[in-house]
Ligand binder design. Structure first.
Ligand code: 5GP
Length: 138
């Protein structure tokens, strides 16, 4: 499947769609997931137009993973999470629903189940407050 430049994350990168941003550099962007599976659920994407792990430039991937490490530490601190899960899905069969490569950063707590994947829209004031907490921990 060819990369679709009109996917929602490409629109966020172009500034054509809004996002609750927590971090940005020349190669990557981190922002809140709007249908989070947990409080603090954050996404990191490369600016490189890759659909998934299989078609990303390795240097762009490296820069993106650096951002995942940085933002994951901030999410862990901001939400006092004992565990952080990183998830990354490739292809519809794996559950991928947005076709611009992204890494999920998910705070985890003993005994707390995830909410359903990409189902319920979060309150925007709450997302902005969460984004601010993460930015303050960076
Ligand atoms: P995937 O299923 O492709 O691994 O994950 C896509 C993620 O993007 C889901 O967790 C979903 O909640 C999130 N998502 C879908 N549309 C939007 C959007 O417009 N903005 C943001 N920030 N996240 C989105």
């Amino acid at each position: 499947m060819a990369y679709d430049a009109d996917n929602i994350f490409a629109k966020i990168l172009r500034g054509d769609a809004p996002a609750f941003k927590v971090y940005e550099d020349d190669h990557s962007l981190a922002f809140m997931d709007v249908m989070p599976q947990a409080d603090g659920h954050t996404l990191v994407i490369p600016k490189y137009p890759a659909e998934n792990l299989h078609d990303v430039d390795p240097d762009a991937l490296g820069a993106t993973i650096r951002t995942v490490q940085t933002v994951a530490a901030a999410v862990k601190q901001a939400f006092e999470a004992p565990g952080i899960m990183i998830a990354q899905l490739n292809g519809p069969a794996a559950g991928q629903t947005v076709f611009h490569l992204h890494f999920h950063i998910l705070p985890r707590f003993d005994g707390v189940e995830f909410r359903m994947h990409a189902r319920d829209m979060e309150d925007f004031d709450k997302l902005e407050a969460f984004a601010e907490r993460i930015r303050a921990a960076l």
